[in-house]
Design a protein around this ligand. Structure first.
Ligand SMILES: NC(=O)CC[C@H](N)C(=O)O
Length: 383
């Protein structure tokens, strides 16, 4: 196995061994403390541009499920069509795996999708550095540190690319639609979906900023027809009964096209609107709030949130680096959930109109499913 070194923006270095695809990469180094769910996290488009550190030491021991596609076009077990994280950084990669549904090892999957994986890293020390310094850019190069000198092997060194901000990573598809890195929702797909809809069911426009598959599954299993549109597509000319704003990668302040379209939809004060993660940030921006960056984000399965106005607390699955500033919420808005660890915003709701959102992931995939009831709340508003 080749020697690999992670170099952080502050000069810190962590050496390990390669178990994935061998190419240098750069991006924002983040950490997730969940004990399970590496297939779902790796295919969550929200991790685009990020080097994902997993603090749970043993990774890979249950392999990787098959990449099958359902008749509705959704991946059966994954959260999108491919791995979106730039790399995975672990302490103890398990070369042997066993699971009733596993078809290959994590290492083989990474190699096939050309994603680096490095093992043998002191992920607890790395996480302490990130918690103390705050998240920072980093790069993975092939070579090892000898006597404080980094001997980079054949690969050219890679420059830092701040791919976390959508500005750098939004590109345009041949048919003129855009993609929020690397989500691709073409107009052709949209038109085909519009043509097959059964008019008996309620229709929800889903603004796709990098949607996780399980969000769409959670809507479809509640007999909702989903019109999935690109993040910057002006959907206001379509006929629909509700609006959903999805999760997604990067800085919400680079997605103003979506915010403008949401503002237009809000002219209909009876239109039910629900958002998750990036969706919480974009809905709050549409309502006039401001966003700030957390020091190292919330990425785990055990984030406690309290529903405001109640004594009810939920353990949630989270993956976000930005947050809504509660102090900038418009007069007609109020926090819906608050994080019990740091008091940050975990959801908002309008005081009179049917508009609400969660910063955490009620669809889980992976993690606790205790807050999936929020989908029922939204679907009930459509009736
Ligand atoms: N999962 C998400 O939608 C993340 C939203 C945003 N990119 C953040 O990091 O806060």
């Amino acid at each position: 196995m080749r020697n690999v070194t992670l170099i952080l923006d502050d000069g810190s270095r962590f050496s390990g061994k390669s178990f994935g695809y061998e190419k240098p990469v750069a991006g924002e180094v983040v950490f997730n403390t969940a004990m399970t769910g590496y297939p779902e996290s790796l295919t969550d488009p929200s991790y685009a541009g990020q080097l994902m550190t997993l603090t749970y030491p043993l990774i890979g021991n249950y392999g990787v499920p098959p990449f099958t596609i359902e008749p509705n076009g959704l991946a059966t077990f994954m959260e999108s069509e491919k791995i979106h994280a730039e790399a995975i950084i672990v302490s103890d990669y398990s070369y042997e795996y066993s699971h009733w549904n596993a078809v290959e090892s994590l290492g083989d999957w990474l190699k096939r999708e050309q994603i680096p994986g490095i093992t043998g890293i002191d992920t607890r020390e790395l996480t302490k550095v990130l918690r103390e310094h705050g998240v920072m850019m980093g790069k993975i190069v092939f070579g090892e540190v000898e006597n404080e000198e980094l001997r980079v092997e054949s690969y050219e060194d890679i420059n830092y690319v701040d791919k976390v901000s959508c500005k750098e990573i939004i590109s345009y598809l041949p048919d003129g639609t855009s993609q929020v890195f690397p989500v691709t929702t073409s107009i052709a797909q949209l038109n085909s979906q519009l043509s097959i809809f059964n008019s008996q069911l309620k229709k929800v426009v889903l603004v796709d900023c990098g949607v996780k598959t399980n969000i769409i599954r959670c809507l479809l299993k509640r007999d909702i027809e989903v019109i999935r549109v690109p993040w910057d597509y002006d959907f206001n000319g379509l006929e629909f009964d509700g609006l959903f704003i999805s999760n997604g990668p990067g800085d919400p302040d680079t997605c103003d096209a979506a915010v403008q379209n949401i503002r237009k939809a809000m002219k209909n004060e009876k239109l039910p609107i629900f958002g998750i993660c990036m969706g919480n940030q974009l809905l709050s921006k549409a309502g006039g709030a401001k966003i700030y960056k957390l020091k190292y984000g919330h990425r785990s399965h055990n984030q406690p949130v309290r529903m405001v106005g109640t004594e009810r607390c939920f353990i949630t699955s989270q993956n976000h680096g930005y947050a809504v500033d509660n102090n900038t919420l418009g007069a007609d808005w109020e926090p819906l959930f608050i994080n019990m660890n740091d008091g940050s915003n975990e959801g908002i709701k309008h005081k009179t109109n049917p508009w609400f959102s969660a910063q955490f992931h009620p669809e889980a995939a992976s993690g606790p499913t205790d807050t999936e009831f929020l989908f029922d709340e939204f679907v009930n508003l459509l009736k």
